[in-house]
Write a protein that binds this ligand. Structure first.
Ligand code: GLY
Length: 571
């Protein structure tokens, strides 16, 4: 059962479109589909940023595929129907809990190209050049998504060609774009013209409008090469050649060697207890959530949040201060631990966290000038998230990204996909904020082959040892705080998944010293917080959180965020 919220495409278009008639099978119709915010079901569910991608995933589940099969098909479909963030030219992270109790964490984050250097985005006077780290092919890290999909496929049941075919069809035959996609594409027209030498299909003389059909033949060709040749179809041969040629034309530094040597890495998942009944499974570095989420949850674990009340001044103050403390550590200590020693054990240890909480004053806002990263002894926008749960009991949580919306804005000529602008997630110069306002230092400085620090926090919560919540969100640096708040809203405040997803979020990241809040946070709470010393700033959406909750009796509830076209489907 599901609630239908709105219909995206015009029925007339479907009637007039001959290919559409051929293409539509069963109830899968890429020219006429609906956003559905909540699914209640018993077999399996997918929740993602786009109705067509969720549909592709659920169809794979119905075909007997498991959560990994569905996740692979969903990600590939997102690369077609959600070009602003769905991708094959970016990277991401997967956290999974297998039905047999094994935890899995796959890092397919982009890495810095072999020719990358620490000061590559500084001008001769030493000033950071955000235009270079945020746009065009020089801003691109080596893409990891395709390698990540094949790493995930080790746990899947169906042939890869079955999983990629829906994406090929969507690219080859087209689909109707939503009103949100039309307005995003229109907003980016001049950016696309500026950063492409071969004009991509996203560039159009007349403005895009809801219901227009987007056909991506070159992307379909790329996907076919991946179907027929596996990961080598992307990292070697024709597509690798096209990526390097595009990079050269667009003043980037990607080489064939960078692509040929890219590897997804299976890492040890971060697992920690929360309260009596729960265990949290999340992604380790270079995903910062692997440090910040345990820090923040441990800081509030023994606090009487429920008594304070949801959205109360006391609760928001406590959670904002915890965010401030954690993000101060992020700026100083966090980076790719394969390149830089990060004292993860200390940063997440109870004595360290208790000592940090001594800085918390229940009556007054902290001050980021006074609160620096903890002293420790040496010790031995745009992104997208989706969740899948299957009838076998496997849970998969994936966050993947091009970084900014449409990434570098550079489409690989002849191959039809966008390159990421993930290099901006490095600290291009100590203390200089990146596009999300996050600062960093030595730990996250650029080095060849290093993976840039991420905020992506795909997470699974176990209750009494069984998957209970599958959760994650896009949103740059707000990702970790949104995941934190969603978990706390459900586990501490007893909110329903729909309320936890849709109620207003807030965000503090130490610097800038601002408490960002969504507009609908109660005005009375905001006024009290200002009196306590907070610099409050209202902003548009924080995150687009997706949640699946599995009850002890086996009922599945999937919820897509109201903040976008996000759709939850199940069967
Ligand atoms: N590019 C967003 C993140 O990884 O945090």
């Amino acid at each position: 059962m599901s609630e239908t919220r709105n219909s995206l495409c015009l029925p007339l278009l479907f009637i007039l479109s001959f290919p559409a008639l051929l293409y539509a099978q069963n109830d899968f119709n890429p020219y006429h589909y609906q956003v559905e915010k909540r699914a209640l079901c018993t077999h399996g569910a997918v929740v993602s940023a786009h109705p067509l991608a969720s549909r592709v995933g659920v169809d794979i589940l119905k075909m007997g595929g498991n959560a990994f099969d569905a996740a692979i098909a969903t990600q590939l479909a997102l690369a077609v129907v959600y070009p602003g963030a769905g991708n094959i030219g970016g990277g991401g992270f997967m956290v999974a809990r297998l039905a047999n109790g094994k935890n899995l964490a796959v890092d397919f984050r982009e890495k810095a190209p072999g020719h990358a250097t620490r000061d590559m985005y500084l001008d001769s006077a030493g000033n950071a050049q955000a235009a270079l780290s945020q746009n065009g092919a020089l801003s691109s890290g080596v893409p990891g998504t395709v390698a990540g999909l094949f790493e995930a496929w080790k746990y899947a049941r169906l042939p890869f060609k079955k999983l990629i075919q829906p994406a090929i069809d969507l690219a080859e035959k087209g689909f109707c774009i939503s009103s949100a996609e039309a307005s995003n594409l229109n907003e980016f027209q001049s950016t696309f013209r500026k950063y492409n030498t071969v004009m991509p299909v996203f560039v159009k003389e007349q403005p895009w409008k809801e219901g227009d059909t987007l056909v991506q033949k070159e992307l379909a060709h790329t996907l076919r090469l991946i179907r027929d040749n596996g990961a080598r179809g992307f990292y070697e041969g024709e597509i690798a050649g096209l990526i390097v040629a595009e990079s050269k034309r667009s003043h980037g530094i990607l080489t064939l060697e960078d692509l040929r040597t890219y590897k997804a890495i299976e890492r040890e998942a971060v697992v920690f207890p929360y309260k009596r009944d729960y265990s949290i499974i999340t992604m380790p570095l270079p995903a910062s959530g692997g440090v910040l989420l345990p820090q923040m949850l441990k800081m509030i674990e023994d606090q009487p949040l429920k008594k304070y009340g949801f959205e109360s001044v006391k609760a928001v103050h406590l959670m904002a201060e915890v965010e401030r403390l954690a993000y101060a550590d992020r700026a100083k200590y966090l980076g790719d631990k394969d390149f830089y020693h990060v004292p993860v054990k200390t940063l997440t240890s109870t004595p360290y966290i208790m000592a940090r909480m001594k800085l918390y004053d229940p009556n007054r806002a902290g001050n980021s000038q006074d609160i620096q990263a903890g002293q420790i002894k040496p010790e031995s926008e745009e992104t997208t998230h989706f969740n899948v749960y299957d009838k076998y009991g496997n849970a998969v949580s994936i966050t993947t990204t091009l970084n900014g919306e449409y990434g570098s804005a550079t489409v690989v000529g002849g191959a039809g996909f966008l390159l990421n602008n993930e290099m901006d997630d490095f600290s291009v110069k100590p203390g200089v904020p990146n596009m999300y306002g996050a600062v960093g230092g030595e730990a996250n400085a650029i080095a060849a082959g290093k993976r840039m620090l991420s905020s992506m926090t795909p997470t699974i919560v176990l209750k009494n040892g069984k998957p209970y919540l599958v959760v994650g969100t896009p949103g740059g640096t707000t990702i970790t705080t949104s995941v934190f708040q969603t978990i706390v809203d459900i586990l501490d405040f007893d909110l329903s998944p729909s309320d936890a997803v849709n109620m207003p979020k807030f965000h503090h990241q130490w610097l800038p010293d601002i408490l960002f809040v969504e507009k609908d946070l109660p005005q009375a709470t905001l006024e009290e917080l200002e009196k306590m010393g907070y610099h409050v700033k209202k902003r548009e959406h924080i995150g687009r959180t997706e949640v699946i909750r599995i009850s002890e009796a086996g009922g599945i509830e999937a919820v897509g965020d109201k903040r976008g076209d996000d759709t939850a489907l199940g069967y």
